[in-house]
Ligand binder design. Structure first.
Ligand code: KMT
Ligand code: NI
Length: 186
């Protein structure tokens, strides 16, 4: 299952866990209420996984690509898809929203997704190998590596991918208003 917790407000290294003391866990049902959904899969067989195929088919996730993300210490000449960090990671960790769902499947390593709850508090979600998560369009969120500084992530999308991120504040966007309204209804 998925582990999530409320974050402390310290400005320390974003890759640290930032748990409150005592820890304040967030159950999966609370994440579901915020429009966040989760599947556990076997990442060892992602290239031919009938469960992943089923999800992609049911959800219409026609597009996919894979990124290796590691801390910007060594250039990675072998993997053309590798993203050399600092700049990109800085953008990922800047609070933002998208006009579409963000669907990510961790194939290796670990990463944190931080999302805002209804009271605008940060919830940190830790994802490891085999975790597939969907964040709803319009939710404010951010992404970071953890202290292991490495993850390999599959990005899924319905149709032609649009990665554009709108940094907060983006409260006047239709998608944001729609998301906020959906929270009030639930
Ligand atoms: C985003 O929009 O937050 C990201 O794509 C970062 C996480 S996966 C590379
Ligand atoms: Ni995003």
């Amino acid at each position: 299952t998925l582990e999530a917790w409320y974050m402390d407000s310290s400005e320390e290294d974003q890759r640290k866990p930032h748990r409150l003391n005592p820890n304040q866990p967030v159950p999966l049902e609370d994440l579901n209420q915020l429009g966040v959904f989760y599947w556990k899969l076997n990442a060892d067989i992602y290239e031919a996984d009938p469960e992943l195929e089923k999800i992609r088919k049911e959800q219409g996730y026609t597009y996919m690509d894979i990124l290796s993300i590691r801390k910007d210490t060594l250039p990675d000449y072998e993997n053309k898809n590798s993203v050399r960090l600092s700049l990109q990671l800085k953008m990922f960790f800047t609070e933002h929203l998208h006009l579409d769902d963000e669907i990510r499947y961790i194939l290796d390593g670990r990463a944190y997704f931080d999302i805002r709850d209804k009271q605008d508090r940060w919830i940190r979600i830790v994802l490891g190998k085999g975790d597939l998560i969907t964040l709803p369009a319009g939710i404010y969120h951010r992404f970071t590596l953890d202290e292991t500084d490495y993850t390999k992530v599959m990005r899924l999308f319905v149709g032609e991918p649009v990665w554009k991120a709108y940094n907060r504040p983006a409260d006047d966007f239709d998608i944001r208003q729609k998301y906020v309204a959906s929270l009030k209804a639930s």
